[in-house]
Each structure stands twice: as C-alpha cells, then as structure tokens.
Design a protein around this ligand. Structure first.
Ligand SMILES: [Zn+2]
Length: 444
C-alpha cells in the first residue's frame, strides 16, 4: 500500500511524485533505450582506451548521439590524454610453463628477448620496502588476495588497490627488474585484469597482472623453491599524448538555466573486453535518462546536463578539463552524479551530503524504492569524475549497485555486453533520471 506522504504532490500543481515515477517507469522499461545505446558503444565501437582510434570514435559517437537524441548545446571540452599501447606480446613463463598475464597501463616494455630474474613474493607495500637491497634486479610479486569476508566487493577492491597502483612504483624505486601483481578480482578463474599503475615522474618497470590461478601456481612454486626465476616479455609502449575531449549536451532549464545538474559516466574504457560495465553502462544510462525526460516533453526548471568524461581510467584529464570549465563558466554546478560501478541492479545513491541536507533526500525515498534504490548513503562515494566538483560545493551522487559480479568482469576480456542485463541497466538509468528531475524541480 502506498503511504499518504508518497501520494501527496510535492510540486503544488505539478504531477505527484507517484505520477512522475510511474511515467518514467512505463517509458523507460517499455523501451529499454539504454541497452540499445550500449549495443552501439560497446557492441559496435568496442574497447576504447584513452588515446586510441576507438576512443576518438567514441567521442564522435557521443556527440552524434546527443544531437540525434535532441539535446541542446552539444559540444566537446578538449583535453590531452596519454597514449599507452599494449602491443602484441605478453608472455610470462616459469620453467617454460606459460602463466596468464596482461600488462598494466603505463607499464614499460621489456627488451625483445624478455627479462629473466628470480621472483620474491610479498603481500604488502611495506613488506616490499623492507626487502631493501635484496630487491635489486629481482621481480617483485604482490600477491595479497581480495578479502572474501567483505560483503561489498568494492570494499574488497579497495583493500588491494595499493598493490596495483603503487606496487610497481615501489619495486622500481628498489631497483627491481619488474613487478607482478595478483589481479584485483575475487573470481577464481585464470583471466587477468588490467588497470592503471602510477609511476609519477619516478622510475618505471615492466609490470603485469596475473590471473588468480596463475598467481596461486606461482606462489605454490615459490614455497617449494624460493626465488625461482621467471621470464617476462612485453612489447607495450607509451607514445606522445594526443588531443581528445569530453562530450557535453543538455536540456536548458526554463527558470534557472544557470543552475546545472550534471550526470554521466566515462567514455574511455580499458583495451581488454569491450568496456560494457566499465563504463559503457554509465554512459548510456546518463544518455537515456536525459532522452526519456526529453521525449516525455518535460521541461526542467534547471539545466540537466549529460557529461561523458574522457580518460578516467589512466589519468583523469577529462574530469580535470570539466572542472576547469566549471570554475570559469557563469553557472552553478548544483549537483553531479556518476554511474561507474557497472550496469547492475541499483541499490542506493552515495551522496556527499550529510546531516539535515542528506536527511531531506529521504522525502523522495518512496519513489526511488519503487525503482529498487533503497536508501541514500550520507558521506558515501560519488565517482572519480565528479568528486573534484566538491571544490565548487556541488552536491555529489554516485549510483550504488549490486556488487557481487562487477570485479569478475572489471578491466578484463570478460567485460562484454552479454554480461549486462537490459532491465537492470535501465533501472539505474531511471533512478538517475528521477534524481536529476527532482533536483531540477525542487533544488537540493
Ligand atoms: Zn570505470
């Protein structure tokens, strides 16, 4: 049964919250437009690592799609992006037996014949640093697993992130020859999961992620024979930076056009798989959220804008470009939301709001609950592309989703469109549409 509060109109003469959400649901779930767009982006264009030809195609597609959908002020915000290329050779062998691996983004290549060196296994950056001079010329193997006792896999991911992002840099500083990192996944197959590693302006080494079975096999060998030698061969390389862009389009507000509600995802992906969940899902959810509002003929009081950010995965230059634009533009970034946790069934919105401002969101909860968003998480995560807007006092939101499968696919050959459920994807999009619409009509 519906509560009385739910049935009461929040808009005076405007449609009730119940009518609003029912209209959105009927249109969105009837048409499943987000999945059709995902077929074009992830199915058609495919993997689109920053700097690649496919990333340039994705920018063209984003711009053409926004125009086709009837958005206003469709434009690009230019940004420079790195151009790291995986190459064709990725080989890791122990005693002539191949192990499953893939290079991490920013990795150096090896000489053509590869590098052969003894391996030392560690489980933390501290343990690696404690090796001191012993690490020189060796290959450091970071093998701390996901904490399987954590229910949210995003939390588990967070507890191993330092190994991939900082491990190779720590190894390089110690004079190691290379670094191996256990893939950041809980899925116990042998597929390797890439991701960026950060060297800053410091020394670099060749570095790869290992599939979990390969990581376990190597660990087992090292227990019997410490410092067993492996051979690593990679031909990845870093080319000069290239020009790319964020893509922006909007529906201009009828009453307060200079107050802007931003929603989006990142247009780039990794070069493994086809960037379906990460982050084709967020891109098409935002596009279809605004399409639904547009096609219903709703005229928002405030401007609702879709931003498709470039280069989230490697160095975030797209979000920096949007922030620089936002600082100068004669407008207020009232709210910004990102979907970058995969196109799974929605569960909640993380929000930067806390205290009374966060509590006020709960008056809208009954409507969100009919779309499977159960709560707002005050002080929760938003998204890598929007969190910089905190500087402008923007209210930030991140779509939280059912998390059990995301890291099975994340940054790997398995991130393909067949892993995305059209209705789950659309429900996320509808929650974004509803939140954007309610903020446009009521403020925040
Ligand atoms: Zn992502």
């Amino acid at each position: 049964m519906l509560s009385i509060a739910f049935a009461i109109s929040l808009f005076g003469g405007a449609p009730s919250l119940t009518d609003t959400v029912n209209t959105l649901k009927a249109k969105g779930l009837g048409e499943l437009g987000a999945y059709r767009l995902l077929e074009e982006l992830s199915g058609g264009i495919g993997p689109r690592i920053a700097g690649s030809e496919n990333a340039a195609r994705a920018v063209d597609w984003g711009e053409a799609t926004m125009k086709k959908l009837g958005f206003q002020n469709v434009r690009r915000i230019p940004c420079m992006v790195p151009h790291w290329v995986r190459g064709k050779v990725e080989k890791l062998e122990v005693g002539g037996i191949p192990l499953s691996c893939c290079a991490l983004g920013n990795s150096l290549g090896t000489p053509a014949g590869g590098i052969a060196a003894p391996v030392i296994e560690v489980h933390s950056l501290k343990e690696a640093e404690a090796l001191g001079a012993r690490a020189k010329g060796k290959i450091i193997f970071f093998n701390r697993p996901f904490d399987s006792s954590l229910v949210s896999t995003f939390n588990a991911y967070g507890t191993v992130g330092d190994q991939r992002f900082q491990g190779p840099s720590v190894a390089a500083k110690l004079g190691a020859a290379a670094a191996l990192v256990r893939s950041m996944t809980g899925d116990n197959d042998d597929v390797s999961h890439t991701g960026t590693t950060g060297f800053g302006s410091g020394a670099k080494v060749p570095c790869v992620a290992l599939g979990l079975q390969s990581a376990d096999r190597l660990s087992h060998i090292l227990k019997g024979a410490p410092e067993t030698e492996v051979r690593l061969t990679l031909d990845c390389e870093t080319l000069p930076d290239v020009q790319s862009a964020d893509v922006v389009g909007e529906i201009v507000g009828t009453e307060r056009p200079n107050e802007v509600i931003v929603m989006g995802g990142h247009l780039d992906s990794w070069d493994k798989g086809r960037g379906a969940h990460d982050d084709g899902a967020g891109v098409v959810q935002a596009l279809d959220a605004l399409r639904v509002i547009h096609d219903l003929g709703w005229k928002p009081k405030r401007t609702i804008r879709v931003v498709l950010w470039m280069n989230e995965e490697i160095s975030g230059t797209g979000s920096a470009a949007y922030l620089a634009y936002a600082k100068k533009a004669p407008e207020r970034q009232l709210a910004a939301m990102e979907s970058d946790s995969g196109g799974f069934a929605p569960r909640a919105f993380g929000t930067s709001l806390t205290g009374r401002r966060a509590a006020r969101l709960n008056r809208w909860l009954p409507a969100f609950q009919t779309l499977e968003v159960d709560h707002f998480t005050p002080g929760g995560e938003s998204g890598a592309d929007v969190e910089g807007l905190a500087e402008l006092k923007t209210a930030l939101f991140g779509l939280e989703v059912e998390s059990q499968r995301y890291f099975d696919y994340h940054h790997s050959d398995k991130d393909t469109i067949d892993k995305v459920n059209p209705r789950e994807l659309q429900l996320g999009s509808l929650n974004m549409a509803l939140l954007a619409w309610l903020i446009s009509e009521n403020g925040i």
